[in-house]
Ligand binder design. Structure first.
Ligand SMILES: *[C@@H]1O[C@H](CO)[C@@H](O)[C@H](O)[C@H]1NC(C)=O
Ligand SMILES: *[C@@H]1O[C@H](CO)[C@@H](O)[C@H](O)[C@H]1NC(C)=O
Ligand SMILES: *[C@@H]1O[C@H](CO)[C@@H](O)[C@H](O)[C@H]1NC(C)=O
Ligand SMILES: *[C@@H]1O[C@H](CO)[C@@H](O)[C@H](O)[C@H]1NC(C)=O
Length: 521
């Protein structure tokens, strides 16, 4: 009975989960294969979240998320201020299912702006860590001292020289803040609680079982370490290798894809045309520039929304300048912020309608998804009935510490186009599950009386979660799965055929090679 109740809960939740308004990658100007990408991307903010209050597992999600008309309270959803209990549906399954592996992709936590608005004071934020400063976390002190022993870990390429903690009393551009560290300590702790009873990792886990990779930016490296520490407190440094992903797309040796860049350029042209046609936006930039005594194009180049968001997330008033000649002087306003934000929303809608970004995203994230699929298959093979487990085990926990320009295309490629733009410390989780093995009871016709019943392997399933919500049945590959007809989870096979073939249908191809190298027609 208990089993049945849990089963029903899962189904109801799965059906009610998706919320969502998303906001845009505005002025999308990303160079997809370099870690600088994010710096050229005007930050977008996403809608405020209605989910996540309270501790109860039985809480009900809002069925439909109506856009919050107040851009300021919406922006707080993007800030992801760590001041409330968060939901986490990771680790939920019908009873007796076994969790075989978990692969996590995160966006780094709260950071200092990447841009500076000329003539204004930089936001005063302290990027040193102190357990007595808010927001804090019970593990912050021990995290700081554990990072001090990081020299005992293994670091691929140049990662060993990247600082393992933010440590500037005046933050540097793009530096992770204490808020960012706390966000990921919390993510790690949530996952630890979610997976504890599934015994995902033995306490004496082997180096093979944990895979951590990051771009070369300090904010991603530090975010990854924060999550890992929350997940595996006081982990043994000597067992850890931190791997370097040179590309923000985590595409490894398969980054070359001419067609992807063509889609991206077309998408950028679409975005530019939409922006310059927006007279209210143009007027707003002109007003803001006049206030600050800048040329409009200087202000635009400074991506003011990135800096304004930082002010907002840290409770700092918007920048002001003293009155000067030619009518300059005054403060940037919430009204101006709201106009930029409104245009971002419209851009998001237009982006989805046109579909170029989705095509870009499919090609951008195939290599990562292909690797994710391959890992799942490897782990599953290691669990086949009758097979002796490999010494040291398979990679059961993978953490990829990334950027918004990594997570946003991943969501789009999976068909989660309604999902919110990745907030600070956003997380995407792929879980691999196996149903209980069934004993084959009836002997074959004509079989001798001595035949023993053989264990039949359980079946494999995938769950996909975004910021703790189960979004599996909103993905392209499992949207049409009838989970009320006996299978409460999404069969892994659907994900595999999506990654290996079906995802290329939107670009009229059947493989990555074909899609990337076909000559433009
Ligand atoms: C959390 O912080 C945000 C932003 O500072 C604020 O709007 C919200 O009311 C806070 N929530 C709680 C539960 O304190
Ligand atoms: C942080 O910087 C301060 C001042 O430069 C230094 O004394 C301290 O040891 C540093 N802490 C860490 C953990 O690197
Ligand atoms: C996808 O993964 C398979 C291994 O499962 C590999 O042989 C193939 O080269 C990969 N393709 C791409 C485009 O990364
Ligand atoms: C799709 O590709 C096939 C074979 O490459 C081609 O014949 C067909 O015209 C293409 N269709 C579209 C809509 O581009």
């Amino acid at each position: 009975m208990l089993a049945r109740n849990r089963f029903l809960l899962l189904v109801v939740v799965g059906g009610a989960v998706l919320a969502i308004v998303s906001l845009s990658l505005q002025f999308l100007n990303l160079i997809p294969t370099t870690p600088i990408a994010e710096e050229r991307l005007l930050q977008a903010l996403d809608g405020g979240t209605g989910a996540g209050q309270g501790k109860s597992r039985k809480r009900v999600f809002p069925v439909l998320h109506t856009p919050d008309p107040n851009p300021v309270s919406e922006a707080y959803g993007y800030c992801n201020t760590p001041n409330r209990t968060e939901q986490a549906w990771e680790g939920h399954s019908p009873v007796d299912y076994k969790l075989l592996s978990v692969q996590v992709m995160i966006r780094h936590g709260d950071r200092y702006p990447l841009y500076y608005i000329p003539k204004t004071k930089r936001p005063a934020i302290d990027c040193t860590l102190s357990p007595s400063r808010k927001p804090s976390h019970p593990q912050l002190g021990s995290f700081i001292s554990h990072m001090g022993q990081g020299g005992r870990g293994h670091w691929e390429s140049t990662l060993g020289s990247v600082p393992r903690l933010p440590n500037h009393s005046a933050c540097e551009m793009g530096e992770l803040t204490q808020t960012g560290v706390v966000q990921h300590l919390r993510n790690g702790q949530l996952l630890r609680q979610a997976y504890k009873r599934h015994k995902l990792l033995p306490s004496d886990w082997s180096p093979r079982q944990v895979w951590v990779e990051t771009t070369g930016k300090s904010r991603t490296l530090q975010s990854g370490l924060s999550l890992l520490y929350g997940f595996l407190p006081d982990f043994d440094w000597t067992k850890l290798t931190v791997r370097h992903q040179w590309s923000t797309l985590f595409c490894g040796s398969a980054c070359d894809c001419p067609a992807r860049n063509r889609y991206l350029e077309e998408e950028q042209r679409r975005q530019y045309r939409l922006r310059v046609a927006d007279t209210e936006l143009e007027r707003t930039y002109a007003d803001m520039a006049r206030t600050l005594g800048l040329l409009t194009r200087q202000l635009r180049a400074a991506n003011p929304i990135d800096s304004l968001l930082c002010h907002l997330c840290h409770g700092l008033p918007f920048p002001c300048v003293p009155a000067g000649e030619a009518g300059t002087g005054g403060c940037l306003t919430v009204g101006q912020f709201a106009v930029i934000r409104r245009q971002q929303l419209e851009d998001e809608v237009d982006r989805r309608r046109v579909g170029l970004y989705h095509k870009y995203a499919v090609l951008a994230t195939h290599p990562y998804l292909n690797r994710t699929a391959a890992k799942m298959e490897r782990v599953a093979r290691g669990h086949e009935a009758g097979r002796r487990p490999r010494a040291g085990g398979e990679e059961v926990f993978t953490l990829s510490s990334a950027h918004d320009v990594t997570v946003a295309p991943l969501l789009s490629a999976l068909g989660l186009e309604e999902a919110k733009f990745p907030r600070f410390a956003a997380r995407v989780v792929f879980e691999l599950w196996k149903s209980p093995a069934t004993a084959r009871a009836q002997p074959k016709k004509g079989a001798g009386k001595g035949e023993r019943s053989k264990a039949k392997d359980g079946e494999l399933f995938i769950r996909v979660l975004y910021n703790g919500e189960d979004v599996t049945f909103h993905t392209t590959f499992c949207r049409s799965h009838d989970r009320h007809a006996g299978q409460p989870l999404c069969p892994l096979e659907k994900f595999l055929s999506f990654v290996r073939r079906d995802m290329f249908r939107v670009v009229n191809a059947t493989s990555y090679q074909e899609a990337c190298y076909r000559r433009p027609g």
